[in-house]
Design a protein around this ligand. Structure first.
Ligand SMILES: [Zn+2]
Length: 368
């Protein structure tokens, strides 16, 4: 009996001890866990650091940093890649397309409400690289910071998007823009381009771009408002009107081909018939000295139309002889060659010119 009772006590005692030990062990393990949490950093999941790239040679998972270095732009396909001459893309979702389209074509409100934070890091990086040197202008400058479009004090940019209103004087020149995006509500004049490095223009209706020329189109009538500033040979496609000084920004122009001389194709009220009217503004009062060759395809050629220019060659082939003034070529000191459908013209010292007939039927005067 004694033995049985003692055994029972011993059993209870052992069970108590075991419980105490277990509790101690649990406490120790918990403390060690806390210490680990305090002193150890958890490594990031490796999958977040790689990006699936679709190369011409096949699909590959690549480290984020490597893909970042290969970004060539953004397009309809998503993020565009280029490495060692090989092209590829990172597939993107609908949210990327939405953000990309707002950055490319959005109006001020869309831009200000834009939030790119839900995009994948590689998508956001590609859009930031694409737009970090773009200024959106609407009364003041805005730029994309990788997440939002915010007010900006950028002093250098590749592209200026004029959303509405006018630019401050010499803005395109001062900021060094090479690309200019003109939106429907923009108020634009040729002097905005003067002295700038702009070599490409994207225009939204009612603005219209054709070749190097920029027009304002409405009700079937086209008004030339400007031309690219650095073209040496400027061709102006057919139009109805030319705004005063529309060609003033093309200071390096050497040859010009126009549908007519002056402000309009026909003699409308307030018609201005001089070439200088197209080339000069209040700011640019002198005709470019490099401009020596002119071709006129139609319209009216008034007396003294080329007065105060440095033209050496004038070709009026195609103009109705009835619309050419005999005094059109007066006031020209540097004239060397004239090709005219009107044979009887007045020239300074007519005796200095040899006269011949061109195959088209026009008369050619060439200084001897
Ligand atoms: Zn001819």
């Amino acid at each position: 009996m004694v033995t049985a009772v003692t055994r029972q006590r011993l059993k209870t005692l052992l069970a108590d001890r075991a419980r105490e030990l277990l509790a101690l062990l649990l406490a120790l393990m918990l403390s060690a866990g806390c210490l680990l949490l305090l002193f150890l950093k958890f490594p990031a999941a490796p999958s977040a650091k790689t990006v699936l790239c679709l190369w011409e040679s096949g699909a590959r998972e690549e480290p984020y940093a490597e893909v970042l270095r290969s970004i060539a732009g953004v397009g309809e396909e998503g993020v565009l890649l280029e490495r060692d001459g090989e092209r590829g893309a990172v597939q993107t979702g609908a949210e990327f397309a939405r953000v990309r389209d707002i950055l490319a074509r959005g109006e001020l409100l869309d831009l200000l409400l834009l939030d790119a934070s839900a995009l994948a890091p590689i998508e956001r990086a590609a859009l930031y690289l694409q737009y970090k040197r773009t200024v959106y202008f609407s009364g003041k400058a805005y730029a994309f910071d990788g997440n939002h479009v915010v007010a900006s004090d950028m002093v250098a940019a590749d592209c200026v998007i004029l959303l509405d209103g006018a630019l401050p004087a010499h803005y395109l020149k001062d900021i060094g823009a090479t690309a200019f995006d003109l939106r429907a509500a923009a108020e634009f004049s040729a002097s905005d381009l003067t002295g700038s490095a702009v070599e490409s223009i994207v225009a939204q209706a009612p603005y219209e771009r054709e070749g190097d020329a920029l027009f304002l189109s409405a009700f079937g009538e086209r008004t030339l408002v400007a031309t690219l500033p650095h073209a040496a040979r400027v061709y102006v496609p057919d139009c109805t009107y030319v705004r005063g000084g529309a060609l003033a920004c093309a200071r390096e122009m050497t040859a010009l081909d126009v549908p007519f001389v002056g402000s309009a194709k026909t003699r409308v009220s307030g018609f201005e018939g001089s070439l200088a009217w197209m080339l000069c503004t209040e700011e640019e009062t002198a005709v470019p000295t490099a401009l020596t060759s002119l071709r006129v395809r139609g319209g009216i050629v008034d007396a003294f139309a080329f007065h105060n220019t440095h033209l050496e060659e004038v070709d009026l082939c195609g103009v109705d002889p009835a619309d050419i003034s005999r005094q059109a070529f007066l006031g020209m000191d540097s004239l060397r060659l004239v090709h005219t459908p009107l044979a009887e013209i007045e020239l300074k010292n007519l005796g200095d010119y040899a006269v011949s007939r061109a195959p088209c039927g026009c008369t050619v005067y060439e200084r001897i």
